[in-house]
Design a protein around this ligand. Sequence first.
Ligand code: ATP
Ligand code: MG
Length: 305
Amino acid sequence: MTVSVSMSVKAGALEVEHVVLELGGRPILKDASFTVAAGEFIGVLGPNGAGKTTLMRAMLGLLPLSKGTIRVNGAAVVRGNPSIGYMPQTRSGLAGRHVRGRDFVAMAADGHRWGLPRANAAARADVDRVLDLVDGKTLATRPLSELSGGERQRLLLAQCLLGNPKLLLLDEPLISLDPRHQTGVVDLVRRVQRELGITVLFSAHELNPLLNAIDRVLYLGNGRAALGTIDEVITKPVLSQLYGSPIDVMHVNGRIFVMAGDVEVDKLDHAHEDGPDGDSHAHDHDHDHGHGHHHHHTGTHSHDV
Ligand SMILES: Nc1ncnc2c1ncn2[C@@H]1O[C@H](COP(=O)(O)OP(=O)(O)OP(=O)(O)O)[C@@H](O)[C@H]1O
Ligand SMILES: [Mg+2]
């Protein structure tokens, strides 16, 4: 059922073979196969509910596969895999926190076992390293509550980089950011990804903010997955199959618009979305444990991450 577009045959940072994923008895992915090469920056796209978050959680071992295999950096999926850094989709509640930026990052390094960061030289050095990587030194002394959404995203990225992961799973890092901050986050992730030579999966509602950064795109829809270059995947036939309805692709001034009739698809069901979703992971101590529900409002984007 996988839409056939050309795939990399290089050694995979991420090998997904005939994966079937089900939630509550419903198929989310019906048969997905693709290989992401080490060092690639992959944009993960697809409509609400296509399974972007679910697929990332499966890679983290938080969700069993119904069928198929996933290999991460050549090894079977394992829970708490230290070679994966994860930024979950839900980050609400951070804006109200008065913890200093540096302590916020350090908490993810130490865990919350004693409620206070352990004074451990190696852990401190790692915190310094990741703060440097995201240009976060000036944010380190400021309370989270006084940072902009984009600045908080930099600290969240720093958290993901603790422990030197080889693969980053970033779930909707652009949500609730205005276009200027979106560009800043994409550029930052791209720079860090190249500097460290790591692999990144970056999910997003919109393709355009990612256009200049990504190597390839992984598009999910209809239980299927298509991985390829933008020219290979963002096409009428591939997207019409993934949406299960006729899709048009328009190129305008270096931007790409994916249209269902006269409506842009990413405006269809992504108009409002920042509710609780997803679950916890080693580097993730700061969000609600919600129950994956989806909003289908047609209001404007909110900016409250
Ligand atoms: N615990 C669950 N039980 C049953 N269905 C679930 C559960 N969690 C999520 N789902 C459903 O699985 C589907 C895939 O959800 P997922 O969150 O992976 O989509 P997504 O592509 O990340 O969407 P979004 O763009 O909204 O983040 C959705 O239809 C969702 O309602
Ligand atoms: Mg999601």
